[in-house]
Design a protein. Structure first.
Length: 79
């Protein structure tokens, strides 16, 4: 149930493709960092993990290295 709520929230907030910016989300992805503090400054509340939601358009979803591209973009934005 919790995951569903998070998904809905992400769905409402994610409007553009994370990689190319196109306003056409085909797939909603969720990234859970191994070490949340690596990506997001500050520590998450105890017992909670931080997830990063992103949307991809059909074209970007077809990229074989999409996961890698997304991770690199997240890292470069948060560094
Ligand atoms: Zn795209």
């Amino acid at each position: 149930m919790k995951a569903q709520k998070a998904y809905k929230l992400a769905r409402d907030n994610v409007k553009c493709c994370y990689l190319c910016g196109k306003e056409e989300i085909k797939v909603l992805g969720c990234c859970v960092p191994d070490d949340p503090t690596k990506w997001i400054s500050g520590k998450p509340a105890p017992g909670k993990t931080r997830t990063f939601w992103y949307g991809l358009c059909e074209e970007c979803f077809k990229l074989p290295d999409k996961a890698e591209l997304v991770e690199k973009k997240i890292e470069s934005e948060l560094n």
